[in-house]
Design a protein around this ligand. Structure first.
Ligand SMILES: [Zn+2]
Length: 57
């Protein structure tokens, strides 16, 4: 039956995880012109899809 709560489309790896993986080049691009902020990890990104708990800056 019913679908579970829409947990969002997490196709991309959240920046929070990328950071742990050490892929800083990817983060560098995503942080540029950041508009969103992760309330959980304190990271910033230009698109909320990169954050696990995005909020407005
Ligand atoms: Zn996060």
């Amino acid at each position: 039956m019913g679908e579970q709560k829409a947990e969002g489309h997490r196709r991309k790896t959240p920046m929070c995880k990328i950071g742990k993986a050490g892929d800083l080049e990817r983060i560098r691009r995503r942080v540029r012109d950041a508009k969103c902020f992760c309330a959980k990890c304190g990271r910033a990104a230009n698109d909320r899809i990169y954050l696990c708990k995005p909020t407005d800056i």
